[in-house]
Design a binder for this molecule. Structure first.
Ligand code: CUA
Length: 366
């Protein structure tokens, strides 16, 4: 009977262990070392530095784990009571600590905290100290629920949800929020940095030349790598998960071309005039700017070159996604202002044809 119970207990334990192993395996299968948002595959000096700090922490904690684990294992094996335990079995010899060991352990712990703290603090100051270099490019970052506004103050240019940077040049980011607290995170270059209303935070990032892509001068999109994935990393409301952005890494020549193209006004071709009419008739221009069109709104993203962008409404910018976004913004990005302050407030109802025309018009704004 007892033996049977022992078997059941052992079977339960084995099942539990297998369950944990399978679950752990499943969780780990979600991890990658080379993904679009992997901090373990840095593409710039700040991310490289942050990875080093992370690895120091990993090695120190692994060392602690191995040491404590070995002692535990040693004790389990050495002091394991062989044979049956009855109420009369005497307790093993009890120890009550050893002052010298305890002091030594405290000192070792403090030393290990120091080993982690020194590179961490140095890393933090490294990220805060923008290189004193005439080459530094400045970008203002304004976070909104739930999109990113990027401004190049010297070049007098504004973009939304994506910005280009030249490889090998330090970029100074000056961050502030228009509403709640967000967090700017571009994992392969570095971060995160909190984006706080009423406060400006400054740090710098730089992309290695190996992160560079090529600018397609027809679609004005970046190809062959060169697109780095960014994400808001602080829960900022119901559509926080859709608060994405992209950094385009280019060589200085392509960067110059990109800048020139972005600064140019939109070209509204006669074929998409119907869509432009839908845009104006539904008062989209109250919130959006289209340079070269009759739209000067400053609440939402600048749409002058929206057709060349990689994202729209937190989705990949394809004609199908664009139509989805335009027909029901609240379904795509719940709680979005375009729905709350636009569609709902103005009672905007777009027909299928309106949506098609509007999407064609916006897509044409390369
Ligand atoms: Cu913005 Cu999360």
């Amino acid at each position: 009977m007892d033996r049977e119970r022992g078997w059941t207990a052992r079977a339960t334990r084995v099942t539990l262990l297998c369950g944990i192993a399978v679950l752990g395996g499943l969780l780990l299968s979600g991890c990658g070392f080379n993904g679009h948002q992997s901090t373990l595959a840095p593409l710039g000096p700040v991310a490289e530095r942050q990875k080093q700090v992370f690895m120091v922490t990993v090695w120190v904690t692994l060392g602690i784990f191995a040491t404590v684990g070995s002692f535990l294992l040693y004790c389990i094996l050495k002091f394991y009571h062989k044979g049956e335990i009855t109420p009369d079995t005497p307790l093993p010899e009890q120890g009550h600590g050893d002052a010298l060991t305890e002091i030594a352990l405290i000192l070792v712990s403090v030393a290990l905290v120091g080993v982690i703290a020194v590179p961490t603090l140095k890393g933090i100051f490294y990220m805060w100290t923008v290189p004193k270099n005439e080459n530094v490019l400045t970008i203002h970052v304004y976070a909104h629920q739930w999109w990113w506004e990027f401004e190049y103050p010297k070049q007098d240019l504004e973009t939304a949800n994506e910005f280009a940077i030249p490889a090998g040049r330090p970029v100074k980011f000056i961050l502030t929020s228009r509403d709640v607290i967000h967090s700017f995170w571009l994992p392969r270059l570095g971060g995160k940095m909190d984006v706080i209303p009423g406060q400006t935070n400054v740090f710098w990032l730089q992309a290695d030349p190996r992160a560079e892509g090529r600018l397609n001068h027809t679609t004005w999109r970046v190809e062959d790598g060169g697109v780095l994935y960014g994400q808001c990393a602080e829960f900022c409301g119901e559509s926080h998960a859709f608060m994405l952005f992209r950094a385009l890494v280019l060589n200085s020549h392509d960067f110059h071309d990109w800048m020139k193209h972005e600064k140019a006004a939109a070209v509204i071709s006669p074929q998409v005039k119907a869509g432009y009419k839908v845009f104006m008739a539904n008062r989209c221009s109250i919130c959006h700017t289209i340079r070269g069109g009759n739209a000067y709104g400053e609440v939402g993203p600048d749409l002058t070159h929206v057709g060349s962008r990689l994202l729209v409404g937190g989705l990949t910018n394809t004609p199908a996604h664009l139509r989805e976004w335009l027909s029901d913004p609240n379904a795509v990005k719940p709680g979005d202002l375009m729905w709350k302050a636009g569609y709902k407030a103005f009672k905007i109802h777009l027909t299928h044809k309106d949506v098609d025309n509007l999407a064609s018009f916006l897509t044409s704004l390369k």
